[in-house]
Design a protein around this ligand. Structure first.
Ligand SMILES: [Zn+2]
Length: 386
C-alpha cells in the first residue's frame, strides 16, 4: 500500500513536471504577434463565419457571441457600436473557432482581432496571430511561391527572425508590426500558398542568431552586386549586416531601372521638406559608400543655390518604389531628371533574388543564410527570442 502511494506520488509529480514543461514549450514555440492591419478608419465591416465570441480586451469578459455575423463596427462616444449594439468599451477582442477566419473589410485573417476605438474617434484593428500563422501570410508577398524551396525556406527563417526582433523591440507599444513595407508585407490568409506554407512548416521554429541572440535580419529584393552595410542607413552596427559581394542576382528583373522624374514635382517636394530650391539645373553625386551606393547628392537650381541631401532621404522623398535603390546615376536632360539605377531595396541583409540564384545553383537554405548574414547560426526559438 505504502509502495503504491509512493508510486502514485512520483507519477503525479512527474506528470505535473511534464505538463509544466509542455506548457512552457508551447509558450516558447508559439509566440503571438500583434499586427496592425488597419488604422484611422471611420468604420470597418466584419464577417465572422461559424461560432464567434466578443470579449473585452482588458478583463476578457464575454460581451456577446453567436453564430455567423455580418456587421459594421463604428466608433461611438461611449466606446464601440457593434452593429446596433452600443458597447461601453473602447477595446474589444473577436474570437472565432479554431481554423476559422475573421473577415475585416473583405480580408480574411487567422487568429484573433482586437478592435480599438482611438481617442481621435477612428478605428484601429490589430490581428493577434501566432508567429507561424503570420509567416503563412507574409512569404507570398515577399518572394514568388514558384521559387526553389530552399530560397523560400531561407526567406521563412529571415522573416521569422525579423518578426521576433520587431516584437521584442515593440513590447510596450500597441502592436509589434504594421502590415506594410515598413515592417513585412502581411495580407492575411488570402496570400497563403502551398509552397510558402510548406517552407514555413519545413523550417518550423528555426531562427537565425548571432552570438546566441536574435538580430534584425533585414532583407531586400535585389542588391545588384554588393549588399549594404546597415550602419550606413541606421544605428545598427552588426557583423552579419556589414555587406557581402553578391553575384547571384543578375537574373533579377529589378537589376536595372530608369526613372524619369517630373522636375516640378520634385521641386515642390523639396520645398515642402524645408529645402529652398528653384528650377533645378543639376543633380550630382557627392559621395558614395563602400558598397557603391550613393551617400550624398547635391541639387543646384538655376540661381546656383545648392541643397545637399543624403541619398536615403532623396529616395524617401521620391518614393521608395519609384526610386528603387540608392545605387543610381542622376542626369538632367532637356529639363527632364533621369535616374539610371540598379537594384531594388535598401540593400541590407539577404538579397532575395540572390537567394533564388544560390538555390538554383544547388545551395541549401542554411548556406544561403550564412552567406548573406556572415557569422550567424541557425537556432530554434527559445525563451531568449521573445
Ligand atoms: Zn544580390
Amino acid at each position: 500500500m505504502k509502495k503504491m502511494l509512493i508510486f502514485i506520488l512520483i507519477a503525479s509529480v512527474s506528470l505535473l513536471m511534464m505538463v509544466e514543461e509542455c506548457e512552457s514549450i508551447e509558450k516558447e514555440i508559439k509566440p503571438v504577434l500583434r499586427i496592425c492591419i488597419l488604422d484611422n478608419k471611420d468604420r470597418v465591416t466584419l464577417a465572422l463565419k461559424g461560432a464567434y465570441r466578443v470579449y473585452t480586451v482588458t478583463q476578457d469578459k464575454l460581451l456577446t457571441g453567436g453564430y455567423i455575423l455580418h456587421t459594421q463596427v463604428n466608433p461611438s462616444d461611449q466606446g464601440i457600436m457593434f452593429g446596433a449594439r452600443g458597447l461601453k468599451f473602447t477595446r474589444i477582442r473577436l474570437k472565432v473557432a479554431e481554423g476559422a477566419f475573421i473577415h475585416i473589410d473583405g480580408r480574411a485573417f487567422r487568429g484573433e482581432v482586437d478592435i480599438i476605438r482611438k481617442d481621435n474617434m477612428k478605428i484601429m484593428a490589430i490581428n493577434r496571430v501566432t508567429l507561424e500563422e503570420y509567416l503563412y501570410g507574409v512569404l507570398y508577398n515577399e518572394v514568388s511561391h514558384r521559387w526553389p524551396i530552399e530560397a523560400i525556406k531561407a526567406q521563412a527563417i529571415a522573416a521569422r527572425t525579423f518578426a521576433l526582433y520587431q516584437a521584442r523591440q515593440n513590447k510596450l507599444q500597441d502592436y509589434d508590426m504594421t502590415n506594410d513595407i515598413y515592417s513585412q508585407v502581411y495580407s492575411g490568409a488570402a496570400s497563403e500558398r502551398w509552397s510558402t506554407t510548406r517552407a514555413v512548416k519545413l523550417t518550423a521554429s528555426k531562427i537565425l542568431t548571432y552570438q546566441g541572440d536574435i538580430f534584425p535580419a533585414y532583407y531586400h529584393a535585389t542588391c545588384a552586386g554588393r549588399t549594404e552595410d546597415a550602419s550606413n542607413l541606421w544605428a545598427v552596427d552588426l557583423a552579419p549586416l556589414k555587406g557581402v559581394e553578391c553575384q547571384f542576382c543578375k537574373e533579377s528583373p529589378h537589376y536595372k531601372w530608369t526613372k524619369n522624374i517630373p522636375p516640378a514635382g520634385l521641386e515642390k517636394k523639396l520645398n515642402d521638406s524645408g529645402y529652398k530650391v528653384g528650377k533645378i539645373k543639376s543633380i550630382s553625386v557627392l559621395a558614395k559608400n563602400k558598397s557603391g551606393r550613393v551617400d550624398k547628392i547635391e541639387i543646384k537650381d538655376e540661381a546656383d543655390i545648392s541643397s545637399i541631401l543624403t541619398a536615403k532621404d532623396f529616395r524617401q522623398l521620391i518614393g521608395p518604389n519609384d526610386m528603387r535603390s540608392t545605387t543610381f546615376t542622376p542626369s538632367v536632360n532637356n529639363g527632364s531628371l533621369i535616374m539610371d539605377g540598379v537594384g531594388w531595396g535598401h540593400g541590407v541583409g539577404m538579397c532575395q533574388w540572390g537567394a533564388k540564384g544560390m538555390a538554383e545553383h544547388g545551395k541549401k537554405y542554411d548556406e544561403i543564410l550564412k552567406y548573406y548574414y556572415p557569422g550567424t547560426e541557425i537556432s530554434t526559438i527559445d525563451k531568449k527570442s521573445k
